[in-house]
Every structure is written in C-alpha cells, then in structure tokens.
Design a protein around this ligand. Structure first.
Ligand code: BTN
Length: 329
C-alpha cells in the first residue's frame, strides 16, 4: 500500500474526526512532509480533506456519506467502551472483526462502505456493492456482555427488523422475519445476519461474538446479480441520505443492547414477525435428508428460537439450525 493509500485508510477509519499530523506520522511511520504530500494528492483526486492548525486533518463527509463521528458520539454516550471504525472498502467486516485488537474496548462496531468478499450463511457470498447497503459487524466480548449464544441470532433479527420499521416506516411493523434471521419486506429479503463466535487460539479468554449485518438500503446501481435477483430487495426506492443511514445503525446497535437484556420482549416480537409460523416449509439441510421428512408444518418458535415443526406423518420435532423455504399452497 502506498503512503497515500495508508493516509486515506486512516482518515476514513476516523471519518469526521481530526487526526493530528503527529498521530498519523506515528501510526504510519511516515515523515510529516510525506503526509502533507499524500494529503495534497488526495485532495487533487477530489477528497475533501480539511487541515486546521493545532488540530490536524479531517476527511469531511458529504450528504450521501455517513458522518461516522456522529455515530460514535451517539453510541459512546450510552456505551462508553464501544469503538466505531469505518472503512470505505474492506474484504469482510466479520473478518476484520477477528483481526482487531480488542484489548482496550468492550465492543467494536466495524462499518464498511462496501465489501470485496462479503460472506453470507452456509458459505455463500453476500453481495456488498458501494452506495446501496450497510455492512457492519458488532463485536462483543463474551465475558463482558454475557451474550447468550443460543439465541443471539434471533435477538439480532428482531433488532434489525425493528430498526428498519422505526427509521423508514414511522414504527409500523412492516418487516417480517424468516427463520432464522433473514429480514423480509414485501416478499423480498432486505437484510441478512451472520453471527459467528471466535475464540483466539493463543488466548482462550479472547472469546468474541461477531454479529455481521448486511442491509440492502437502496437498489444497487447495476441491480442485484442474477442469482439473487428474484429474492433480494431494497428497503427503499432511491437514494438514502447519510443521516438516515446513521440513524439506522444507531437504532440497530441500541436495539441489540436493549433486546439482549429484554429477552422476553425480543421473543414476543420475533414470533409476531415470523413468516413461517402456521405455514408449511421445505427443510433444506446439509445432512442426508429423509425423503419422508422434507416438508413440515411450523407450529411455533421455541424459547431458544428453534423451529417447532410437525412432519407429514404427525411426528413433532425441533430444528435448531439450518434453512427452510416457505412452501406456498
Ligand atoms: C446471510 O444472509 O446469509 C447473512 C449475510 C450477512 C452479511 C453481513 S455484511 C457484514 C458482515 N460481513 C460479512 O462478510 N457478512 C456479514
């Protein structure tokens, strides 16, 4: 990476904040003159970088861009040990969440403008182009937050679905949840969640819960790729201002914190928003399928967010993981 690219990456990670020349020089092992040269050529490329004596440099945010400093400020007000990091582009925020040094923080929120290797559940790719989605991972330290790993996935789905309702639909409950944690709006998937647990090999006490969330806010400039074009959708038609995106991120994180502490309310909302309860599903499992047990009626959602099902022969069962498709009759 060139010095210019390194400087840009650093400014983007603290977008909206001033970084002193000294701090940049120390972080990147570059002379002050080298930094100035990099800033100058970034400006020539069109980046709006402010330079103020005694404060340093700041990458300004435009109307469509988010003001990351605003997100940090608002979240840090309620959650003092959280740190917010932003990248214009990254491979995957979930992967960055593993690489982070978490020592000084209780939680970290990694946000990206786009992902070159966004990951979905079951090894799938998650299409993450710039300007249209929000891609972020909230990293929690298991020992600090006492996160219930068994039902974290369902809790996240509720937080994301509710936040979309509040920010874009005046609080009307329009989003639905497809077990386990796909968020739907008018029969289109608008958000997906990938929760992962990571325990560092070299330090077993470093036990992280990584909650990766991908939300298609508006339609990608070139549309969705063919393989997902029939199922993927966007929360709104047209462009969404940065300020509304900021609001959504703040609502999601606040909601997650709230529902982790208010588990009954989370479960109630999940059940209310469920697409599958009362209907029939086809079970798509990795394991060898029993042909007689491919279809089932969904009787409900258990306290652990498992799917309570009834096979065609009347046998009752519970699914704790996997994927189902809704069957229409
Ligand atoms: C799914 O629907 O299968 C889950 C999609 C999860 C996508 C998010 S985007 C942010 C985070 N980083 C990733 O690589 N994946 C998750």
């Amino acid at each position: 990476m060139t010095t210019k690219e390194k400087v840009l990456k650093l400014l983007q990670s603290r977008q909206g904040y001033f970084l002193s020349g000294q701090a940049i020089a120390e972080e990147l092992f570059v002379t002050r003159a080298g930094i100035w040269k990099a800033i100058k050529s970034l400006r020539d490329e069109g980046y709006d970088i402010e330079a103020v004596t005694n404060r340093g440099y700041r990458l300004k945010v435009s109307n469509v861009q988010m003001d990351i400093a605003n997100i940090s400020r608002k979240l840090e007000n309620e959650w003092r040990s959280i740190k917010v990091i932003y990248y214009d582009e990254i491979d995957s925020t979930n992967d960055e969440a593993r690489r982070l040094d978490m020592e000084d923080y209780g939680a970290v929120l990694v946000i990206a403008g786009s992902q070159s290797a966004g990951r979905g559940r079951r090894g799938r790719r998650f299409y993450s182009p710039k300007h249209s989605g929000i891609y972020m991972s909230l990293v929690l330290r298991q020992e600090l937050e006492n996160v219930p790993t068994t039902n974290i996935t369902g809790i996240c789905a509720v937080a994301v679905a509710n936040a979309i309702d509040r920010v874009f639909f005046k609080g009307d409950s329009v989003t639905r949840i497809k077990w386990v944690n796909d968020i739907f709006l008018e029969e289109r998937k608008v958000a997906g969640i990938l929760t992962e647990q990571y325990i560092a090999m070299e330090d077993r006490e470093d036990n992280r819960i990584i909650i990766g969330m991908g939300i298609n806010i508006s339609k990608p400039e070139t549309g969705f790729p063919k393989e997902i074009s029939k199922i993927a959708g966007a929360v709104v038609n047209g462009e969404v201002p940065g300020i509304q995106r900021e609001e959504l991120i703040i609502e999601i994180v606040k909601g997650l914190r709230y529902y982790l502490k208010n588990k009954e309310e989370s479960l109630r909302t999940y059940r209310e928003k469920s697409i599958v309860v009362g209907g029939y599903v086809k079970i798509n499992s990795f394991a060898k399928m029993d042909r007689n047990r491919m279809y089932a009626k969904v009787n409900g959602i258990t306290e652990d967010y498992h799917l309570a099902i009834e096979y065609e022969d009347g046998t009752l069962d519970e699914l704790s993981s996997g994927e189902v498709s809704v069957v229409k009759y």
